[in-house]
Each structure stands twice: as C-alpha cells, then as structure tokens.
Design a protein around this ligand. Structure first.
Ligand code: ADE
Length: 306
C-alpha cells in the first residue's frame, strides 16, 4: 500500500515533536522513585494529560536507563489503544529531563477507593475483576507481562473504568520463552515488583511469566473484596515467607464465589493457576462462577462504587 503523503496538517502534527512549552504544567498527581507525574494541559487543544517527567541524571546515576527504555518500548507496543491501558501520546526531552505524555486518569487509583469504602461490594469486585481480566488478555496477547500489578497502579478514568499504568517493571516475553518455563531455569530476570503482590516463582527463581500477573490478580481481588492484602508482615522478609508457604486467611464473611476464584489464582505452581493452560486466554477465567451474569463482550457501565 502507498503511504499517504505527509502534507495534511494532521500528519504534520504527528511528526512534529512536542516540547514542554506545548503544555501548561499543573499539580503533581503522582510520584515515584524515578519520576514525577504532573497534570498538564495541551496549550493548543486544551486536552488534559498526565506527563511523567524523569530526571536524566538521576536515572543514569541509579542505573535505571534500561527500565525507562523498556517502559517506552512497552507503551509503544501497546500503542494500538486498549481502553484499560494507559496510552503514550508522545515523548520528548530537554537537556535534563525526559517527558512521557500519558492518558490522564481523573479519578485516582484503586487503592484510594478501597480505603475510602473499606472494601468493594461483590458487584464492584466482580466488575473490576472483569475489566482486569480483559486488560490482562490484551497485555498478554501482546506478550507483555506487567510484573507490578497492584491497586496503586490501577487508575480510574472519568467514567470509573480502570486504566492500568506504570510499565516501568514490565517485560516483553521473548518468543519460545513461554514454552521453556520448565526447562530453562537458568535464565533469570532481576527482581521487580512489590513485596505484597510478588509471586512465589519470582521469589524462588527470580522468574516471572504471564502467570505471575495472574498471581497478582488473585491478591488484588482478595484486597478489593476484603479491604486487606492477603500477605502482610512487619518486613519484606516476613511477607516473602508467608507467600512461599501460601500462608493467608480469608476474613469472616468473605464472599464464597470470590474465595473460590482467589484460591484458584493463589497457587504456588504457576502452571496450575486458573487460565494458564487455556488455549483461548482467559476462557477458563471467564467461565468461573464468580462471573455468572457478566457479558465479557459488553461489560456495560461500572456499578456505583460501594
Ligand atoms: N498518577 C500517575 N499516573 C497518572 C495518570 N496517568 N493519571 C492520573 N494520575 C496519575
């Protein structure tokens, strides 16, 4: 196919790199160890964005260049927009900083809302679990493993749909890697993630696969439904011990259908987790009794948070 000629204004805009002066920077809406996220308005369109700003010197000093490049590459692969994944609109830099222009999620992160409501109702838990399943189906179909899924990285947009963010720890799964889980134990990834949501295989072998995101999903569903994390402790070491021993308890009154779902995800052996051996990902998850009455092709609007 012949590429369109570049004369239209639209194409010109896509090609022209933005600069910091194309935006009015507002309040800080997020802070990480290597970045600050600002609410910003495009001067020309008035559209709001979240701009992640990274200090070059800090990244180089802390040897995090690889992670920053990986995040950009992953977001570029995910460029074909998925409703539930943060979108990268553009990147630019000045002499000291890198800028990632991202979807602005107006309603904050899931952690804030779980704390506000203490826990989510069954209706909310299963609705947001369904959105997470669709998001993971999409990510994993692109061979991307998030590796740091947790309520802080699940944002809500203006209509209270989820937007998964922070791909700084993500990994692009290489061809054949999926099939070699059992055989190639020598190839290790460096440790990434957050203690409470990290999978046993990451702790034992420093290895993560798509199944590691499903472990994190189990932890998140537990937290939505109860307001508590399944694995907690006074130190990272103590949390890790509990994860490796699968030592967690459902609080009294925990919904039975959600309990069964969580138990099928929080399984030490990655290959035995619900959905992992699906020929069509994640049909086994979709068929779980927790989702009876949910149409995955049309989830409809979210229930009011409660
Ligand atoms: N905090 C971090 N990233 C954000 C985003 N994309 N939208 C809103 N708040 C954020």
């Amino acid at each position: 196919m012949t590429p369109p000629n570049n004369s239209s204004q639209e194409t010109q805009e896509i090609i022209k790199k933005k600069t910091p002066s194309d935006f009015i920077f507002g309040k800080v809406i997020g802070e990480g160890s290597f970045s600050t996220v600002y609410l910003a308005k495009d001067v020309q369109t008035n559209k709001e964005f979240a701009i992640k700003v990274l200090e070059k010197a800090h990244i180089i000093r802390e040897k995090k260049t690889e992670y920053v490049m990986r995040e950009k590459e992953v977001l570029r692969i995910l460029g074909n927009p998925c409703q539930y994944i943060v979108q990268l609109y553009s990147t630019f830099q000045d002499s000291s900083r890198l800028y990632f222009v991202l979807t602005y999620a107006r309603n904050g992160d899931m952690c804030k809302h779980i704390n506000l409501y203490k826990k989510f109702s069954f209706e909310c838990t299963r609705y947001y679990t369904s959105e997470l399943v669709l998001a993971l189906e999409y990510l994993h179909s692109k061979n991307i493993i998030h590796r740091d899924l947790k309520p802080e990285n699940i944002l809500f947009d203006q209509n209270f749909h989820i937007i998964i963010t922070d791909f700084g720890s993500a990994k692009i799964q290489e061809k054949n890697e999926e099939k070699s889980i059992e055989t190639d134990k020598k190839r290790k990834n460096s440790f990434v993630g957050t203690a409470q949501f990290v999978s046993p295989e990451m702790l034992q072998e420093c290895k993560s696969t798509k199944a590691s995101d499903l472990w994190a999903l189990g932890c998140i569903v537990f937290q939505m439904s109860s307001g508590q994390m399944p694995f907690t402790g006074g130190s990272e070491y103590l949390i890790f011990q509990k994860i490796l021993k699968l030592e967690y308890k459902f609080p009294d009154g925990f919904n039975e259908r959600v309990k069964d779902f969580v138990e099928k995800l929080l399984v030490i052996e990655p290959n035995k987790r619900l959905g992992v051996s699906d020929s069509t990902p994640y049909s086994e998850i979709r068929q779980h009794e927790m989702f009876h009455g949910i149409d995955f092709n049309n989830l409809g609007p979210p229930p009011k948070l409660s």
